[in-house]
Ligand binder design. Sequence first.
Ligand SMILES: *Cc1c(COP(=O)(O)O)cnc(C)c1O
Length: 456
Amino acid sequence: MGTNLENKQEEIQEQNVNNYIKQVLNLIEKDQVTEDEAKWITKETVNNFREHVNPGFLEYRKTVTKDGQFAAVEWSDEGSCFKDVNGKKYIDCLGGFGIYNVGHRNKKVVKAVTDQLKRQALHSQDLLDPLRAILAKILADITPGDLKYSFFTNSGTESVEAALKLAKMYSDRSTFISTTRSFHGKSLGSLSGTAKGMFRKPFLPLIPGFRHVPFGDIDMMRKTFETSALVGEDVAAVILEPIQGEGGIILPPEGYLKQVRDLCDQYDALLIFDEVQTGMGRTGKMFCAEVYNVVPDILCLAKAFGGGVMPAGAVVGKEKVFKSWFDNPFMHTTTFGGNPLACAAAIATIDVLLEEDLPSRAAEVGEYFLQGLKDAAVGHEDKVMEIRGKGLMIGIEFHKDEVGYEVSKALFDRGILVAGTLVNSKTIRIEPSLTISYEEVNTVINAFKEVLPTVK
Ligand SMILES: *Cc1c(COP(=O)(O)O)cnc(C)c1O
């Protein structure tokens, strides 16, 4: 009797799930949703975030009002904008923290991925997959210096993991120098390199051997090399972002990266550039390494690498480094890394960047944007501390977290998305698509000018 009832309840639940899934698939299929459907989507999103994802997100997002009555739920995107489920359009100046370098759903990237999808989505894992090999050759061509071999990943943190393992195997050493305010990801290996105490503390001890020195302080870097060598813990590699992103758009001091390169050479250590955020044209050259004329031994890519369409990442290294994996290519693997869809996306992304010369465009538009923001902030020195950047990687630093949060909220109300969350708004980041129009840039500058006097 009891089991019968249980069976019945299970049946009903299964039917409910089935209907629910059908309803959602029906919505995904649609070009446009009705007002009622938009309401349903919003309600389901908020409730399910609260009950099944993490209610914390509803607290921290500026796109949600305190009790969740209003919530901006995204639904579609195109060019340098996205739309919420009610059809309100936003200029995307956050750019997914630097994903959308070639714009949202760039037509060429979408076409390459769709064409590939019609023929083959994922690879056999046994035969040789062509696009991975071809993309690796293209990367060898466009990356600086003698970077030559590539390993493909699905994310930034995975690119950093691979870089650390490469450095360990190549050098047979286990000391790494990282920098304060750095961000390299949140999986246990990359988190060891990441600097923020709040994210690291609950997970200590992390990988042994990491030393953090202040970003930009070459004397500390030199001393750390010296002392590590003295105690027999020679440095395997230095890992850093040529321009720090998550840390608040921090530019390296004049000559710093070259000096770090020299120290690495002197101590026979590798230099790893984490260009997950600065790469693919963001800072005015294809790679930020070129902005400062320094060639790393290992280059980490992700974020914009998949063209804002596919998750994709890569580690590119010199032959001497990759050689340590030649004998056994299975020392480090990933099932989905370098899959045909991701490679098709990356190849098309590079095509767009080169053909439309988007790195130069980033430099040009970036300079105009930076100057415009600086002009708009004149007279508000009590609120704005500094505005800085390179290419279309711009940071506005405020004296106080709260001011940054208020500004980003006020901009959001005006249809402009910039970074800045409740936990991290002292510097708000502007990283739009490199295809953003001057008209859109002006809209943002004017909104910033309007908003500044209104915040306390
Ligand atoms: C975002 C980021 C990462 C981590 O990338 P995920 O894809 O989120 O794992 C690593 N390094 C830098 C510099 C980043 O900006």
